[in-house]
Design a protein around this ligand. Sequence first.
Ligand SMILES: *[C@@H]1O[C@H](CO)[C@@H](O)[C@H](O)[C@H]1NC(C)=O
Ligand SMILES: *[C@@H]1O[C@H](CO)[C@@H](O)[C@H](O)[C@H]1NC(C)=O
Ligand SMILES: *[C@@H]1O[C@H](CO)[C@@H](O)[C@H](O)[C@H]1NC(C)=O
Ligand SMILES: *[C@@H]1O[C@H](CO)[C@@H](O)[C@H](O)[C@H]1NC(C)=O
Length: 404
Amino acid sequence: MGLIANRETNMTDTWEYLKSTILVAWSRTTRKIRALGAFVIIAITCLIFLRPSIPMRASLPSVPSVHFTPPPSGPISPYNVSKVALLIENRPNPILAPLMLHFMSVVPPDWRFRFMGSPESVKAVNASRAVRDAVAIGKLDLTYIPSNMTTGSQEEISRFLTTLWLYEVVLQPAEWLLVFQTDSMICANSRQTLNSWLDYDWVGAPWNPKGRFGGNGGLSLRRVSKIVDVLKHQQRIPDSEPEDVWLTDRLGHRPGAKLANGTASLTFSGEMHGGDGEKVVPPKKSGHAPHKEGAVAGDLIEGIDDWREGGYEPMGYHTGGSGETLHGGIWGTPRLRAHIWNYCPEVKMMLRMDAAQYVPGECSNNWKRMEPGWEGMFDDVKSRETEIIDGVEYPMLPAGLMPW
Ligand SMILES: *[C@@H]1O[C@H](CO)[C@@H](O)[C@H](O)[C@H]1NC(C)=O
Ligand SMILES: *[C@@H]1O[C@H](CO)[C@@H](O)[C@H](O)[C@H]1NC(C)=O
Ligand SMILES: *[C@@H]1O[C@H](CO)[C@@H](O)[C@H](O)[C@H]1NC(C)=O
Ligand SMILES: *[C@@H]1O[C@H](CO)[C@@H](O)[C@H](O)[C@H]1NC(C)=O
C-alpha cells in the first residue's frame, strides 16, 4: 500500500514540475520563437498525416548519378570473337566429338569453335559430355546448316563455302576462319601456332610447292573480310571449280593480296608434297645444363629429339576423301610413315584404321590375352596388319590404298 501511495505522490510531483517548467519556458520565449514552434508542430503533423501520399523514393523519376559499376557480369571473356574454327559436317560420324575436342586443345586458347551440322550430326556431337561442357563455357557453338543449304556432296559444300551470306552474316563477327574437316588434323607435337599465320588471306596445304599461292580448303585459314570482298563482286558458277581453287584464284589476284606461297604453305599443312626437314640443335658446349641454356623454348635438342631430325613436320595434315586418298609425297615410303606415326599419331583418328582388322573372327566371343605359341592363336594376323620399319612395329595403312 505504502508503495502505491508513494508512487502516486511521485507522479503528481513530476506533473507539477513539468507544468511549471513549461510555463517558465513559455514566459521566456519571444513571439518569433513561438511562431517558429507553431510552424514546427504544424509541419510535423502534416508529415505524419500526409506521409502515405508522398511517393516512395523508387517511384520518383531517377536522377542521373555517378557511381562505380563493376565490369559487366563476371570475368572478361578469354575468347577473341574474331577467331573462329569451323567444322561443317552433316553426317553423324563418331569421330566428330573427339576431333572437335582435339582441335580445341591444339588451336590457341583464344579461338572460338563452331560446329555446323544436320539435326542428326548436331545430336551426335551433343551426346558428348565434354562437348556440352565446352558449349557451357562459351568455347563452342553447336549450330545447324541453314535450311536453304545442303552439304551432302563436294559440289554442295563448294556452293556453301562461296556464299556471301555465310561469311558476311552467319559467321559474323569472325575475321579469321579456320576451316577443318573430318579428314584433317593439327598435330599436338607441332612446334607452331596457328596464330602465326594470321597475316595471310589464305593458307592451306599447297597444290604447287613452288606456286605463289593456293592450297586445300579442307584445313585452311581464311581472312573473312577479303573473301567478302571477292564474293561481293563475283559469283561462283555451279558445277565449276571447287570452292578452294575458285576462291584462292580470286583472292590471289586482288591488289594487295597476301596469300601464303607454296613454300610457306608446306609448313602449315601437308597433303601432297613434303617440305623441309626439322633441324636438331646441338646443345651448347659451355654450361652445366645444356638443355636449359642451349635452346630457345621449342628447339629440338640433340640427344632428346634425334628422331625428329630431317623429318617433315607440318603443323597439320589434310587427306582427301575422309582419309582414303593418301598422297605419295607424304605417305609413300615406310620412312615417311614412320615419322608421321611418331610425330602426329593422332592422324590415325582420321584414317580408316579399324580395330576389327586386328581381331580374328568370332567377334561376339569374350576375349582373353594369349601368349605367343598358345594353341588356337592366330599369330599370323597381327604381322599381316602391321609393318616393321627400322625394327619398330607400326600399324599398316588401311587396305585398298594406292600410292598416288
Ligand atoms: C583478336 O585477335 C586479333 C589478332 O590477333 C587482335 O588484333 C585483336 O586485338 C584481338 N581482339 C581482342 C578483343 O583481343
Ligand atoms: C545439347 O544437350 C543439352 C542437354 O541435353 C540440351 O540442353 C541442349 O539444348 C542441346 N543442344 C543442342 C544444340 O541440341
Ligand atoms: C539462304 O537464306 C538466307 C537468308 O534468308 C539468304 O540470305 C541466302 O542467300 C539464302 N541462300 C541461298 C543459297 O539461297
Ligand atoms: C614465300 O614466302 C616466304 C614467307 O613469306 C618468303 O620468305 C619466301 O621468300 C617466299 N618464297 C618465294 C619463292 O617467293
